[in-house]
Design a protein around this ligand. Structure first.
Ligand code: ATP
Length: 232
């Protein structure tokens, strides 16, 4: 299995303020699949994503990528892992305001020794004609496309998306989901997408539902549909 998460536990705080946020999470994702992670606010989705992303550490259990446990990686190897193998897309786009679309995406390319070709990616993203604009000259959807470009240009094995459509309207959300699907099909990156939106599970290969730090559902979606056909 490409990405394996085994008996993952995580608490925050100490003594009487201690909260167990992840209470033993187990699931796996195959290479090139889209996994949608659902759950109510506070169920532990972002904490789980941060541990997969090597930003935070589990108290118990492990995350393993291609048979290598992230907890066993030394600091240098972990930095390499984050840089080469992971792309991160957030709800807020976090673009650099005084850099153009092209330059914001190029920032991601410097982190890789096998970046994608920039002009071709700009065209895939539908941003080629906007490439010289600054973020404040773009719509929310265009800003999120730029953020996806920055994450994807290094051609990461895994694209982690934390509420990528959280700040967008219906039509733009669907465009962004279509783009994530297109990128997954074109470049073969495994996608882990956290969302509150239950409808998005229908475009996933695997669906994982969390509640109170535990897995409530974990199944292969046999009736996957195209992002363009999602409705909510
Ligand atoms: N660094 C931290 N220190 C203390 N508590 C934290 C920390 N990070 C998260 N928590 C707590 O862990 C719980 C789960 O948070 P998390 O952000 O993982 O949930 P979530 O499912 O992503 O929620 P949301 O959908 O609202 O983003 C929450 O109760 C939160 O307050």
């Amino acid at each position: 299995m490409f990405l394996e998460i085994k008996d993952l536990k995580k608490s925050f705080g100490t003594a009487e303020n201690r909260t167990e946020v992840l209470k033993g999470i187990d699931f796996s994702v195959e290479k090139g699949q889209i996994c949608v992670l659902l759950g109510p606010s506070g169920s532990g989705k972002s904490t789980l994503l941060n541990i997969i992303g090597g930003i935070d550490q589990a108290d118990e259990g492990y995350v393993s990528i291609n048979g290598e446990k992230t907890a066993d990686m030394k600091e240098k190897r972990l930095t390499q892992y984050r840089r080469r193998h992971l792309g991160y897309v957030f709800q807020m786009y976090n673009l650099i305001p005084n850099l153009s679309v092209r330059e914001n995406i190029e920032v991601g390319a410097y982190l890789s020794d096998r970046p994608l070709e920039l002009d071709e990616l700009l065209k895939t993203l539908g941003l080629y004609e906007h490439r010289n604009k600054l973020p404040n000259q773009l719509s929310g959807g265009q800003q999120q496309r730029t953020a996806i470009g920055r994450a994807i240009i290094k051609n990461p094995d895994i694209l982690l998306c934390d509420e990528p459509t959280g700040a967008l309207d219906y039509k733009t959300s669907k465009e962004i989901l279509c783009l994530i699907e297109q990128i997954n099909q074109k470049y073969g990156n495994t996608v882990i997408m956290v969302t509150h939106n239950d409808a998005i599970k229908n475009m996933a290969d695997r669906v994982v539902k969390l509640r109170d730090g535990q897995i409530r559902k974990n199944y292969v979606n046999e009736t996957k549909i195209a992002a363009a056909d999602l409705e909510w």
